[in-house]
Design a protein around this ligand. Structure first.
Ligand code: TXA
Ligand code: MG
Length: 310
């Protein structure tokens, strides 16, 4: 992707004033503000209509920039070396004296941190002397945005500026892992659990139960396309959109395919896009065919399960 330096300069100028800018990342678009500024963080919550008790992920250029704010440990160093920049978010202890706004953390002593890989946002982060708090750039409880058009659909003119970065290449949010004690995955995401386990050389706990909310944003009614969703469907009903893992010979106007040949990576990339497309087309509900429950398929099924709690 070609980097437009003028756009990055413009984003910086707005962010320097504690205003918000939408930024592209390889997972999904983020609604970003200066994480050291109360004013900027408060604005993020307001724009997103996000409950104040749901803390924000803070985005850094690299570990050097994070040093002032968080306590490192061995597991963090191992995972950082292997996967960063990339689609993984770490929960670490906040350092005393860190300048992170209490609004970003909801006054907690922990911080969610991530090092996004998207070249446009990396260029921006490199220029700033503060990290960026950025939740996904969608209205609270709706599906995340994977393009600048999605962000525009949700926020219209309410966001001062959207930094263009094309379509998000992964299309699912980052995997969240709590590293304060025994490593524990709090949200399945764009990085497969098995790859994390390989690096840590042990089985990692998955605490993805929405009833035991350790990541407050993981409550049930999340990732909702706004209409009912039925899972593992073999036969579609009248008036329903049919969301299928791979392209079929029968191609009807209410059939939506996540991939050409059954690639889970491609399906992940197309998931939110397709859900948004279906919502715009006035279907009463969405029937979803079976999706293999392995690798990224687990994350896709997790999101669809939450969407089905409408
Ligand atoms: O891929 C991503 O992670 C995207 C891009 C923009 O980076 N961001 C994203 O942010 O998905 P958001 O706000 O939609 O989801 C962040 C999740 C929420 O469920 C929140 O509750 C959880 O992270 N979280 C934030 N701080 C936390 C903390 N200190 N402890 C546990 N969970 C935390
Ligand atoms: Mg979100």
């Amino acid at each position: 992707m070609k980097i437009n330096l003028a756009n990055i300069k413009k984003a910086k100028k707005i962010l320097d004033k504690s205003e918000c800018v939408a930024i592209p990342t390889e997972t999904v678009y983020g609604l970003a503000g200066n994480a050291y500024s109360d004013k900027a963080c408060k604005k993020i919550f307001k724009l997103k209509k996000r409950p104040r008790n749901n803390p924000l992920i803070v985005h850094y250029y690299n570990h050097q920039k994070l040093k002032k704010d968080c306590v490192f440990n061995n597991n963090f160093i191992k995972l950082y070396k292997r996967f960063c920049p990339g689609p993984i978010t770490f929960i670490l202890y906040l350092k005393k004296g860190s300048k992170i706004s209490n609004f970003a953390t909801n006054n907690k002593k922990s911080l969610a941190v991530r090092f996004p890989k998207h070249p446009v946002t990396r260029n921006l982060l490199k220029e700033l002397n503060y990290p960026l708090a950025a939740p996904s750039a969608n209205l609270s409880s709706k599906v995340s945005a994977v393009s600048s058009n999605d962000v525009r659909d949700d926020f219209g003119k309410k966001i001062r500026y959207i930094l263009e970065g094309g379509k998000s290449s992964i299309g699912l949010e980052s995997t969240i892992i709590d590293l304060r004690n025994k490593p524990k995955i709090l949200r399945l995401g764009g990085l497969e659990t098995s790859l994390i386990q390989n690096v840590l050389n042990k089985k990692v706990l998955i605490n993805n139960n929405p009833l035991k909310i350790s990541s407050p944003g993981q409550f049930k009614l999340h990732y909702s396309p706004g209409i009912p969703v039925r899972l593992n469907v073999k036969k579609v009903k009248k008036g329903e959109a049919f969301l299928l893992m791979r392209k079929k010979r029968i191609d009807k106007s209410n059939y939506f395919f996540l991939s050409k040949n059954g690639s889970l990576k491609e399906a992940a990339r197309n998931l939110y896009d397709t859900l948004r497309k279906i919502s715009k087309n006035n279907y009463k509900s969405i029937a979803v065919g079976k999706i293999p429950n392995k690798g990224l398929g687990k994350t896709i099924n997790d999101r669809l399960k939450r969407a089905s709690k409408f």
